[in-house]
Design a protein around this ligand. Structure first.
Ligand SMILES: [Zn+2]
Ligand SMILES: [Zn+2]
Length: 198
């Protein structure tokens, strides 16, 4: 009888250690899968891989591209619907989806297809970003800086962050489709935003 109890205690202890260890490992070795949607220049995916590692410390794995299909098109069929992309590719992995095509999201009845830079589940594991609205009339360097900010912002949403109203230079501000806001941000989270995820 005593032996049986000891065995149960042993098993419980083993389970507890496993749970504690796995949550520790999950935090330390979080992997983000960068998923190109359609043709995406490798200079963008390579740059994102480095940027995410530098800012969050997460490793990134660049996956082979998946095709742009008609099921993720917006009603006008002229651009893609970000929420359809999130629904389709959401999984147990952390996914950063990137496309060079224009993506949109319903803002209101007046603007059912509002062009956006990115959208992320909050909280969640999947976000999508588009290079389309970032590259007009700017140098590659400037465009890459914008891409980095948008990606780090959407991953911030995945981690549970809401839009920041604390500091205009914080990357968690609502860009609301205006690149001006993105351009005035620093590669930086304000203290309040950091405190919510660290
Ligand atoms: Zn946002
Ligand atoms: Zn903030």
């Amino acid at each position: 009888m005593k032996k049986k109890y000891l065995r149960i205690i042993n098993i419980c202890f083993f389970l507890l250690v496993t749970i504690v260890m796995s949550s520790f490992i999950d935090f330390k070795s979080k992997i983000i899968y960068i998923q190109p949607l359609g043709d995406v220049n490798s200079k963008y995916t390579d740059y994102l891989k480095t940027s995410v590692k530098e800012f969050y410390g997460y490793e990134c794995v660049i996956k082979p591209k998946v095709s742009l299909t008609s099921d993720i098109l917006a009603n006008s069929k002229t651009r893609y619907e970000a929420s359809k992309i999130l629904n389709k590719y959401n999984s147990n992995q952390n996914n950063l989806i990137i496309t060079e095509k224009d993506i949109a999201h319903k803002k209101s009845d007046e603007f059912p297809e509002w062009g956006i830079f990115g959208l992320g589940l909050r909280p969640g594991k999947t976000c999508v970003i588009s290079t389309f609205r970032l590259k007009k009339k700017v140098s590659t360097q400037k465009m890459l800086e914008r891409l980095k900010k948008v990606a780090l912002h959407e991953i911030g949403h995945n981690l549970g962050l809401e839009h920041c109203k604390n500091n205009k230079e914080c990357m968690m501000n609502d860009a609301d489709g205006t690149i001006k806001q993105v351009d005035q941000e620093k590669i930086w989270f304000c203290k309040k935003c950091w405190s919510l995820i660290r």
